[in-house]
Design a protein around this ligand. Structure first.
Ligand code: DX5
Ligand code: ZN
Length: 239
């Protein structure tokens, strides 16, 4: 299928599908082991949720923990900063071993500056939008980012229900991307049941926490495969 697409213009060619388990749903008492288990089970990217108890009503992990788990895998670390302000901490998250650093558009007044700072640190720059934030906040930063993360729950906790208006937002953002080399990521309430329509709407990086970690390590492979298969079906890449 990828060969078949290679002759098409980049506007309609799809970017590769990646499944990104969120370690927020893992057993924090053995994070390294959990990361090795999801990689073994087929995870493409490791999604790390950083929360500060200020921008969102929960507190999770910081750069030192990321540094400690970085050695568990070579897979990219996709670090989702739900913190405000973010700028003073970007260097620490870069040094800790992040590959993609995503800031929230709502987290500060200088989005363009944050993106420039992330790229200056040699990292891929992402912008995340809360469910209630319109996509036009991206209008003047489209050439300054590498990833757009559309939240489909209100950030702060795993295990919430997918907010369906996110599908229309994904379609609109996909149209804005217009062939640029930008990943479109979705985060919140993603399961094997909705991965198909989500992928169809244009998301190519799918974050999933509870849907990957449910049932414990013996189920990780089947959980990831179910999400991947549903997404590939939605993309028309398997029948
Ligand atoms: C929510 C986090 C998500 C969360 C997803 O604030 O950004 O990454 O872990 O968890 P699920 O897939 O369970 O909704
Ligand atoms: Zn996240």
């Amino acid at each position: 299928m990828y060969e078949a697409l290679s002759g098409l213009s980049k506007e309609i060619a799809m970017r590769p599908l990646k499944i990104a388990p969120s370690i927020l749903a893992s057993d924090f008492s053995k994070l390294g082991e959990e990361i090795r288990a999801i990689v073994e089970a087929g995870a493409d990217v490791i999604h790390v949720d950083v929360m500060d108890g200020h921008f969102v009503p929960n507190i999770t992990i910081g750069p030192d923990v990321i540094k400690a788990i970085r050695g568990a895998t070579d897979r990219p670390f996709d670090v989702h900063l739900m913190i405000s302000p973010a700028d003073p901490y970007l260097e620490a998250f870069a040094k800790a071993g992040s590959d993609v650093i995503t800031v929230h558009a709502e987290a500060g007044p200088h989005l363009h500056r944050s993106l420039q700072a992330i790229r200056a640190l040699g990292k891929k720059a992402g912008v995340s939008l809360n469910p209630g934030t319109p996509e036009n906040v991206l209008d003047y930063v489209m050439d300054d980012l590498d990833l757009i993360l559309a939240m489909t729950v209100n950030p702060g906790f795993g295990g919430q229900k997918f907010i369906a208006s996110g599908l229309e937002k994904l379609r609109r953002i996909k149209a804005m991307i217009d062939g640029r080399e930008i990943e479109l990521e979705v985060d919140g309430g993603v399961t094997a049941d909705n991965a198909g329509i989500i992928a169809q709407a244009g998301a190519n990086w799918l974050v999933a926490g509870s849907a990957v970690f449910k049932g414990g390590p013996a189920h990780y492979k089947a959980n990831i495969e179910a999400i991947r298969r549903a997404a590939l079906l939605g993309r028309g890449e398997v029948v």
